[in-house]
Design a protein. Structure first.
Length: 300
């Protein structure tokens, strides 16, 4: 377990800490780094990871289905616990968002690569596309309409830069198109900057929130996101025939704490932002205990 903390979690925590401690001294701004990662680095990463990935269609489908199962189970459990605590629709919605939308980009891909090797980038990227699409759909829908599903949320989800990067890679991969070096090399260079930039950004964002006073939402989101999601993801992957690193990727991505985007959506749409931010920070801290366990199982 100590080796996992040092070799897998260590690099992630170190880069996040640099963002939190050094970023403000250098005048780094969350907004600028977030826009860079969201609009430029992210799409390049998705395209670079998927354009030449040798993944059978069945594997992609099974990775997607297992991820959907983990997402749905966590959302259901989070909603049930939150309603059992007597919360109204707004607080329940906030808890569902925190319970489902994991940090599959900022830390998820980094953890997968550090734990299972560079060869799982494509699998981790597939899961990231699925979770990001579902997460944006659920978060924006619940936060903006307060009534559940909305067409605007669907359009937002499928037109995010990450999704568009994946969509652009599909015909290149399917038709085995050869990308000229003058285009392939700059895309690869830009894509390589995503993980460190996102981790630095996470460090800057975590610095801005108070970890000392968790909100009640943690009671619902913690077991749903850190326990139910990885368990369902692991067993769903096994039931779908995924083994080895494929099953490990599903487990690790499902084990991630809430994404920073949950806080951004909550602030933008006034969806109990203190509650969502509290879950984000508290679960991110708790993940330092739960994620190494998931890594040990995935490597096992």
């Amino acid at each position: 377990m100590f080796n996992i903390l040092v070799s897998v979690m260590g690099p992630v925590v170190l880069i996040v800490a640099i963002g939190a401690l050094v970023g403000p001294r250098l005048g780094l701004e969350v907004r600028t780094l977030s826009k860079l990662a969201y609009w430029i680095l992210g799409p390049a990463f998705m395209f670079d990871s998927l354009a030449d990935a040798d993944l059978p269609a069945e594997t992609v489908l099974n990775l997607s289905m297992a991820s959907v199962a983990a997402f749905a189970a966590a959302g259901l459990v989070g909603a049930i616990i939150s309603m059992a605590l007597g919360n109204g629709f707004e607080n329940v919605s906030a808890d569902v968002v925190s319970s489902t939308y994991g940090n599959v980009g900022n830390t998820g891909i980094a953890i997968c690569v550090f734990a299972l090797g560079e060869q799982v980038r494509a699998e981790a990227s597939v899961v990231m596309v699925v979770v990001n699409t579902l997460g944006v759909l659920a978060a924006v829908s619940l936060a903006s309409s307060r009534l559940g599903f909305s067409g605007r949320a669907l359009i937002t989800a499928i037109t995010t830069p990450l999704a568009l990067g994946a969509i652009a890679a599909l015909p290149v991969n399917t038709l085995d198109v050869s990308i000229p070096q003058w285009l392939d090399r700059p895309v690869t260079l830009v894509a390589g900057a995503l993980i460190p930039v996102m981790l630095l950004t996470l460090g800057l964002q975590l610095r801005e929130v108070d970890v000392r006073r968790p909100e009640q939402g943690v009671i619902a989101s913690a077991p749903a996101k850190l326990v139910v999601a990885p368990l369902v993801g692991w067993f769903a992957a096994a039931a779908l025939g995924l083994t080895g690193t494929d099953q490990g990727v599903v487990l690790l991505q499902a084990s991630m704490p809430p994404a920073v985007f949950t806080m951004l959506v909550a602030v933008e749409h006034d969806l109990v932002p203190r509650r969502v931010t509290s879950s984000l920070v508290t679960l991110t801290a708790a993940a330092l205990v739960t994620v190494p366990i998931a890594v040990a199982v995935a490597q096992g």
